[in-house]
Design a protein around this ligand. Structure first.
Ligand code: NAP
Ligand code: GDD
Length: 359
C-alpha cells in the first residue's frame, strides 16, 4: 500500500496557505489545513481544493496551545508549515500585542506542542520568517545580514526566528526559517499594496466613477516575486537532510511607484506624475483624469525603505530559482483583478433586475 506524506498547514485560508496546499496535493500529500473559527465563509481561496479527497480542514488557533497539540496528535503530520500570522505590517502598529501573541508566541506554542508530544525527531517544521526582520539593514540582504526590525510585526517575527534556531540546537528538531521577501499573486490580500493597486487600477479601467487610488509611501522599494515560486521553496527546505535557514527572493527591487506605473501600463493607461510629497498625483496622460493621490494616513510610523534579496544560498543548496519576473507578476495580477471586476459588474447587473434573459 502506498503511504502518502502528510502536512499540517496553519494559515491555510491565506495566500500562501492556499498555494502551498495546492502544491503539496499535486505532490501526493495528505494536507491538513488549520483555519480560525469564523462564522462567515473564509475559504474562497481554497475553492479549487475543498473537495479534494486528500484535503482536510480543521478549526484551530495559534492562540490556543492545547488545540494545536490535539491537532498535531490527531493529524500526525510529517511536516508542519507555520504560515499563520497577523501579517500586515502597518496593522501591527495598531495591534502590537495581538500581533506578538500570534506571530511570536504562536510558533512557540506549536514547537512546544511538537516537543511535548514527543514528536520532535520525526516532524519537520517550517517557520514563515520575513525579510521585514532586516528593517533598514543595507541591501542586498542575505542569511548573514544583521537584523534590525522596525515594526511590531518584524520584532515578533524575529522572536519566532530565534526560537526556531534554539529548538533546532537545544532539542535537535528539524526546524527551518524561510526568510521570504515579498511575494504576491492573484490570491494576495486586498490590504497589501500590490493587490490594492491591481484592484484599484481594474476598477478605474472599468468605471469612470471609480475612486481615485489613494496610497501612502510611493518611494519604498520591495523585492516582489510570485507566491507560487516561494511555496515551492518552503517545501524544498524541508526535503533536505539537515535543517537550515534560507532567504528567498528575486534579487530585483522596485519602488511602489514602479509598481503603480507597471500596473496602469498593463491596463492601457500612461501616467503623468506631478507635485511632490503629500501633494503628488498621477493623471491619465491622454485625458487628464486624476488616477492616483497620496493619503498621509497610510504612512507608517517607521518604514522599511529598501529590500533586495541575495538568495545565493537557496540557489546553490536547494537549487531554487524564481520563475516569474516582475512584469509578468504585475500583468497576471492586473488580468486577475480585471476578471474579478467584470464578474462583479455582471453579478450586479443581474442582481439589479436586468435579468430578463432568465425571466
Ligand atoms: P495572509 O494571507 O495574511 O495569511 C495569514 C493567515 O493566518 C490567514 O489564513 C489568517 O486567517 C491566519 N491567521 C491569523 N491569525 C491566526 C491565528 N490566531 N490562528 C490561526 N491562524 C491565524 O499571509 P500570507 O501572505 O499568506 O503569508 C503567510 C505567512 O508568511 C505569514 O506568516 C506572513 O507573515 C509570512 N510572510 C509573508 C510574506 C509575503 O510577502 N506574503 C513574506 C514573508 C513572510 P484569517 O484570514 O482568517 O485572519
Ligand atoms: N499596504 C499598503 N497600502 N502599503 C502601502 C500603501 C498602501 O496603501 N501605500 C504605500 N505602501 C507601501 C508600504 O508603506 C510599504 O513600504 C510597501 O508599500 C509594501 O507594503 P505592503 O504591501 O503592506 O507589504 P510589506 O512589505 O509591508 O509587508 C509584506 O511583506 C513582508 C515581507 O517583506 C507582508 O506580506 C508581510 O507579511 C511580509 O513579512
Amino acid at each position: 500500500m502506498q503511504v502518502h506524506p502528510s502536512a499540517l498547514i496553519t494559515g491555510i485560508t491565506g495566500q500562501d496557505g492556499a498555494h502551498l496546499a495546492e502544491f503539496l496535493l499535486g505532490r501526493g500529500y495528505v494536507v491538513h489545513g488549520v483555519r480560525l473559527y469564523s462564522a462567515t465563509d473564509d475559504t474562497q481561496r481554497l475553492r479549487d481544493i475543498l473537495d479534494h479527497p486528500c484535503f482536510h480542514l480543521h478549526i484551530g488557533d495559534l492562540n490556543d496551545g492545547g488545540a494545536l497539540a490535539r491537532l498535531i496528535r490527531d493529524c500526525a503530520p510529517n511536516e508542519i508549515y507555520n504560515l499563520a500570522a497577523q501579517s500586515h505590517v502597518h496593522a501591527s502598529f495598531k495591534v502590537p500585542e495581538a500581533t506578538a501573541q500570534i506571530n511570536a508566541l504562536g510558533p512557540l506554542r506549536l514547537l512546544e506542542a511538537v516537543r511535548v508530544l514527543g514528536r520532535e525527531h520525526d516532524i519537520k517544521f517550517y517557520q514563515a520568517s520575513s525579510s521585514e526582520m532586516f528593517g533598514n539593514a543595507p541591501a542586498p540582504q542575505n542569511e548573514n545580514t544583521p537584523f534590525a526590525p522596525c515594526s511590531p510585526y518584524a520584532a515578533a517575527k524575529l522572536y519566532a526566528y530565534w526560537l526556531v534556531r534554539n529548538y533546532r540546537d537545544a532539542y535537535g528538531m528539524f526546524a527551518c526559517n524561510g526568510i521570504l521577501f515579498n511575494h504576491e499573486s492573484a490570491l494576495r490580500g486586498q490590504e497589501f499594496v500590490t493587490q490594492k493597486i491591481a484592484r484599484g487600477v481594474a476598477a478605474l479601467a472599468s468605471d469612470r466613477d471609480a475612486p481615485v487610488l489613494a496610497l501612502g509611501n510611493l518611494n519604498s522599494r520591495r523585492d516582489w516575486g510570485d507566491a507560487r515560486d516561494y511555496v515551492r521553496g518552503m517545501w524544498m527546505m524541508l526535503q533536505r537532510d539537515t535543517p537550515d535557514d534560507y532567504v528567498l527572493g528575486t534579487g530585483q527591487s522596485h519602488s511602489v511607484r514602479d509598481f503603480v506605473n507597471a500596473a496602469f501600463d498593463a491596463a492601457g493607461f500612461s501616467l503623468t506624475w506631478a507635485g511632490i510629497g503629500v501633494g503628488e498625483t498621477a493623471r491619465c496622460s491622454r485625458t487628464g483624469r486624476l488616477l492616483v493621490r497620496i493619503d498621509p494616513s497610510l504612512f507608517r510610523p517607521t518604514e522599511v525603505n529598501n529590500l533586495i534579496a541575495d538568495a545565493t544560498k537557496a540557489r546553490t543548496i536547494l537549487g531554487w530559482t524564481p520563475e516569474t519576473d516582475f512584469q509578468t507578476l504585475v500583468r497576471d495580477m492586473i488580468v486577475a483583478a480585471m476578471d474579478d471586476v467584470s464578474h462583479a459588474r455582471r453579478d450586479d447587473h443581474w442582481a439589479n433586475g436586468n435579468n430578463a434573459r432568465f425571466a
